[in-house]
Design a protein around this ligand. Structure first.
Ligand SMILES: NC(=O)C1=CN([C@@H]2O[C@H](COP(=O)(O)OP(=O)(O)OC[C@H]3O[C@@H](n4cnc5c(N)ncnc54)[C@H](OP(=O)(O)O)[C@@H]3O)[C@@H](O)[C@H]2O)C=CC1
Ligand SMILES: CC[C@](O)(C(C)=O)C(=O)O
Ligand SMILES: [Mg+2]
Ligand SMILES: [Mg+2]
Length: 332
C-alpha cells in the first residue's frame, strides 16, 4: 500500500520563519507562489528582470527579484523553470547560493533523475510534484480543494526533509487531495509515460483522429468538434468525480455497450506493445537524450508541432465555437 498523507499529517510550522524562493512564475510557479503565500508562508519569486512574468508576479502582489537574489534569500528554493533550462540556471544562478541546511525542491524529477543537476551534499533535495497542471493547482486551491502531489526525498541533509516536503505540499494545497510518497525515479518515469501515452499525446491524438475521421466522412466539422473534443471534458469530469462507474452510470446503455465493444478495437495488443516501447524509451533515458538534443538544436519538433496545431482545422473550428460560449472563459 502506498503511503499517502493528508492535512493532519503535515505541519506548516516547518516553514515558519523560513523564506521559500519560487524560481519561475509560469504554470506551476504562479500556483505555488500564490498558494504558499496565502497559506502564510513568506515567498519570494526569482525571475529574469523585465520579463513578462516579472510584471505578472509583481502585479499579483508578490516580492520579485532576480533568480540569484531569490536563491540567496530562500531557505527553500523551488525550481519551477522549464525542465530544459533548469540545469544551466541552477549552475549559474542557484548553486552558488545554496547554504548548509537549505532545501532544493523540484516539481518533477527529470533533472535529478537524468543527472543534469547534481546538488551539493549539504542541502536537502526533495520533490513536491502536483499531479495536475499548474493553473488547476491554483484554481482548485482557491475553490477550497487541492491537487494531489507526489513527494520524494533525494537527499536528507538536515534530517527534516520529509517534514519540510509535507509542509510545502500542505502550503500549496496538496495535502487536501493526498500526498503520496515515491522516489525521483518512479515520479519521473510515470509522469513522462502518463503525459506521453495517455494524458496529452494519447488523448489529443485520439480526439484529433476522431474529429478527422468524421470530417473526412462528410460530417459537419462543428458536429465533429462537439462530439470528439468539446464533450471530452464533460465525460472526464464524471470520471474525475466518480471513476469510470459514475461516467458509465450517466451515459446511455447504448454508449456503454459501444464503450465495451469498441474501446478494445482501438486500443489493441499492438497499442499496448507500443506503450511498453514508449515506457522502455523513458526508462533507458532515450527520451531524455532526445529531448535534451531537441533543445540544443532550437526545438524544431516543438516548433513544428505548435505550427501544425495552430493551423489545423480542429483548432480553427474549436476557436470559433468557443467564442460563442463565453461562460467557458479562461480562469487564470
Ligand atoms: N506545467 C505543469 O503543470 C507541470 C509542470 N511540472 C514541472 O514543473 C516545472 C515547471 O514547469 P512549468 O510550470 O510548465 O514551466 P513554465 O514553462 O510554465 O515556466 C515558465 C517560467 O519560467 C521562467 N523562465 C524560463 N526560462 C528562464 C530563465 N532562463 N531564467 C529565468 N526564468 C526563466 C519564465 O519567465 P520569463 O517570463 O522570463 O520567460 C516563466 O516565469 C518543470 O519541472 C515541470 O516538469 C510538474 C507538474 C505539472
Ligand atoms: C500531464 C503533463 C504534466 O506532467 C502535468 C500537467 O502533470 C506536465 O509535465 O505538464
Ligand atoms: Mg505530470
Ligand atoms: Mg510532466
Amino acid at each position: 500500500m502506498a503511503n499517502i498523507y493528508y492535512d493532519t499529517d503535515a505541519n506548516l510550522a516547518h516553514l515558519e520563519g523560513k523564506t521559500v524562493a519560487v524560481i519561475g512564475y509560469g504554470s506551476q510557479g504562479h500556483a505555488h507562489a500564490l498558494n504558499a503565500k496565502e497559506s502564510g508562508v513568506r515567498v519570494v519569486v526569482g525571475l529574469r528582470r523585465g520579463s513578462a512574468s516579472w510584471a505578472e508576479a509583481e502585479g499579483a502582489g508578490l516580492e520579485v527579484m532576480e533568480v540569484a537574489d531569490a536563491a540567496r534569500a530562500g531557505d527553500l528554493v523551488m525550481i519551477l523553470l522549464p525542465d530544459e533550462v533548469q540545469a544551466q540556471v541552477y549552475r549559474e544562478q542557484v548553486a552558488p547560493h545554496l547554504e548548509e541546511g537549505d532545501a532544493l525542491l523540484f516539481a518533477h524529477g527529470f533533472n535529478i533523475h537524468f543527472g543534469q543537476i547534481r546538488p551539493p551534499e549539504h542541502v536537502d533535495v526533495f520533490m513536491v510534484a502536483p499531479k495536475g497542471p499548474g493553473h488547476l493547482v491554483r484554481r482548485t486551491f482557491t475553490e477550497g480543494g487541492g491537487v494531489p502531489c507526489l513527494v520524494a526525498i533525494h537527499q536528507d541533509a538536515t534530517g527534516t526533509a520529509k517534514a519540510r516536503a509535507l509542509a510545502y505540499a500542505k502550503a500549496i494545497g496538496g495535502t487536501r487531495g493526498g500526498v503520496l510518497e515515491t522516489t525521483f525515479q518512479e515520479e519521473t518515469e510515470t509522469d513522462l509515460f502518463g503525459e506521453q501515452a495517455v494524458l496529452c499525446g494519447g488523448v489529443t491524438e485520439l480526439m484529433r483522429s476522431g474529429f478527422e475521421t468524421l470530417v473526412a466522412a462528410g460530417y459537419q466539422p462543428e458536429v465533429a468538434y462537439f462530439e470528439c473534443v468539446h464533450e471530452m471534458k464533460l465525460i472526464v469530469d464524471l470520471i474525475y468525480e466518480g471513476g469510470f462507474e459514475r461516467m458509465r452510470h450517466s451515459i446511455s446503455n447504448t454508449a456503454e455497450y459501444g464503450d465495451y465493444v469498441t474501446g478494445p478495437r482501438l486500443v489493441t495488443d499492438e497499442t499496448r506493445a507500443e506503450m511498453k516501447r514508449v515506457l522502455r524509451d523513458i526508462q533507458t533515458g532515450k527520451f531524455a537524450r532526445d529531448f535534451l538534443l531537441e533543445n540544443q538544436v532550437g526545438q524544431p519538433t516543438l516548433n513544428a508541432g505548435r505550427r501544425a496545431t495552430a493551423s489545423s482545422q480542429v483548432a480553427e473550428v474549436g476557436a470559433r465555437l468557443r467564442k460563442m460560449m463565453p461562460f467557458i472563459g479562461r480562469k487564470g
